[in-house]
Design a protein around this ligand. Structure first.
Ligand SMILES: C[S@@+](CC[C@H](N)C(=O)[O-])C[C@H]1O[C@@H](n2cnc3c(N)ncnc32)[C@H](O)[C@@H]1O
Length: 244
């Protein structure tokens, strides 16, 4: 068998604990309704029932709390959420549909998005680097990268998501004036991010004073890793970089 040499190596976890019945059902029966395939050049307005005023991408949405929250708060925007971790994708689906463990999902007529939400999220359930090629130039207003895996050991620095190759893609798909929002609680990743971004000519850090990065922006929804950091006594930072 020929290995697919174009597939980047992914070092994180793809699956965790056994996924229970309702979430499994959602993965099989609801996810296909909002799933995107990177088979061709994607036109963002075509992904949604009606074109959106702006488009945002969240990379590694984890359990999906931020994505679900911000997409509900901004019904006129279209969101693409990307997550490799199946249990996280399944959790997002419960937030979007309101389905809970114990619900009689098998006898439900059709699972759909909750009535109080706009249908404005599309999901890619694999490595975002496999999606980049399909995404058009200068098409996103905002990219969220919230609490990326820090890979703190020096020998794993090459695995950190903030790196020149990924930044090249993010710079390409962001509109000029678009925002890359990065949050992290790890001291090594804080320093790494600022150093790598400082050397990158496509982005500028927007902070004017320390309050600009010590607190989350106003339209923020707490994530699982953010709560974990605070519980364990680490202070998250919120860096915003503008695409020049
Ligand atoms: C530390 S977790 C943070 C999750 C979430 N953003 C939060 O704050 O709770 C990082 C997540 O990024 C995902 N991830 C890492 N690299 C990715 C990639 N290349 N494409 C898509 N997801 C990725 C991982 O699967 C993991 O769920």
């Amino acid at each position: 068998m020929n290995p697919d040499i174009s597939k980047p190596k992914f070092f994180g976890r793809r699956k965790g604990r056994t996924i229970r019945k309702a979430k499994s059902f959602l993965l099989d029966n609801f996810l296909p309704q909002i799933l995107i395939k990177p088979t061709q050049h994607i036109l963002l307005p075509d992904l949604f029932e009606t074109p959106k005023k702006r488009y945002c991408l969240e990379i590694g949405f984890g359990d999906g709390e931020h994505l679900a929250g911000i997409a509900k708060a901004q019904p006129d925007a279209g969101f693409i959420g990307v997550e490799v971790y199946k249990n996280g994708v399944a959790n997002l689906l419960t937030l979007l549909t309101g389905v809970k463990e114990g619900d009689d999902v098998e006898n439900a007529e059709k699972i759909s998005i909750r009535a109080d939400r706009e249908d404005n999220i599309r999901v890619f359930d694999d490595d975002v680097r496999l999606l980049f090629n399909a995404l058009p130039d200068a098409s996103f207003d905002k990219v969220f990268l919230l609490f990326p895996d820090p890979w703190p050991k020096n020998k794993h620095a090459g695995r950190r998501f903030i790196n020149p190759d990924n930044l090249k893609e993010l710079a390409r798909i962001l509109k000029k004036g678009g925002i890359l929002q990065v949050a992290t609680d790890h001291p090594i990743y804080k320093r790494w991010t600022l150093e790598v971004m400082h050397r990158n000519a496509d982005f500028r850090w927007t902070a004017q004073c320390s309050d600009d990065w010590r607190y989350p922006p106003r339209d923020w929804f707490e994530t699982k890793y953010q709560r974990k950091a605070i519980r364990e006594g680490r202070r998250p930072v919120f860096f915003e970089f503008v695409r020049l």
